[in-house]
Design a protein around this ligand. Structure first.
Ligand code: NAP
Length: 250
């Protein structure tokens, strides 16, 4: 097996932290030049770029809020100026807040769907609008929640199901151009986000870990190679699919 991405240009949304940062590092290690997108975390994105450079790779950080159309259009234009057209898009930037139906607000609904759904759509649209994208790959991060929905996650899980549907539809729509579209339904992973939420490391997360057949929660390095594989020519006959690195929760 090879995952040689020499000559490829990858854009990872939300690439400055967590799973996105690991994917950025892994794509760069496979030879891609990597655009590391961030919204507010300039420092963490710069650190990821520094790590990639120290390992001999090429990367640059680009600010854009993926839920804002003008930002996403500008992002693709800026990446093109530095690296050329993007041939690998990893839609990873995501938000979540878990609360009961009674506490649901329209504001939180819009925040979830604006980042997790509209953000993916806008980036995919700008990707597809590039003539040179033919033969490229889109990888969308969804969640184990599609296999194991949990109470209080109605907003988050709804967005993650939407991503599965978008993946299937866009795979068909873009197949004639040789653009493959796949998703990764990641299991619970130890990241800045899951730590900041207070879940990772809590008794609840330890109890949850015991339900995982492989006996532990995921690390970012468990997910990143799956994205690199889906981006690579090794996955040339896979499109519209969702791979599930969850430790067995499928
Ligand atoms: N961790 C898990 O257990 C898990 C499980 C299944 C699926 N996932 C999915 O995997 C993806 C990454 O999760 P994670 O745990 O690594 O997240 P994380 O540590 O919370 O990091 C979130 C990333 O998303 C970026 N982001 C948020 N809003 C953005 C926006 N409007 N525009 C651009 N970037 C934005 C953040 O950038 P800034 O720092 O610049 O704000 C940050 O880089 C998400 O789609 C998540 O749903 C995670």
């Amino acid at each position: 097996m090879s995952s040689d991405l020499d000559g490829r240009v990858a854009l990872v949304t939300g690439g400055g932290k967590g799973i996105g940062a690991a994917i950025a590092r892994d794509l760069a290690a496979a030879g891609a030049r990597v655009a590391v997108n961030y919204a507010r975390g300039a420092d963490t994105a710069a650190a990821v770029v520094g790590e990639i450079a120290a390992a001999g790779g090429q990367a640059k950080a680009f600010q854009a809020d993926v839920s804002r159309e003008e930002d996403v259009v500008r992002l693709f234009s800026e990446v093109r100026e530095v690296f050329g057209p993007v041939d690998t898009l990893v839609n990873n930037a995501g938000v979540w807040r878990f609360e009961t139906l009674e506490d649901l607000t329209v504001e939180e609904y819009r925040r979830h769907y604006d980042v997790n759904v509209l953000g993916y759509l806008l980036a995919s649209r700008e990707f597809a609008k590039q003539e040179e994208a033919d033969g490229g790959a889109i990888v969308n991060l969804t969640s184990v929640g599609i296999h194991w929905p949990a109470p209080t996650t109605v907003l988050y899980t709804g967005t993650k199901w939407a991503i599965v549907g978008m993946t299937q539809v866009l795979a068909l729509e873009l197949a004639p151009r040789g653009i493959r579209v796949n998703a990764i339904a990641a299991g619970l992973v130890d990241t800045e986000g899951t730590r900041a939420s207070g879940f990772m490391g809590s008794p609840a997360s330890e109890a949850y870990a015991q339900t995982i057949p492989l006996g532990r929660v995921g690390q970012v390095e468990d997910i990143a190679p799956v994205a690199t594989f889906l981006a690579s020519d090794d996955a040339r006959f896979i499109t519209g699919d969702t791979l599930s690195p969850t430790g067995g929760l499928i």
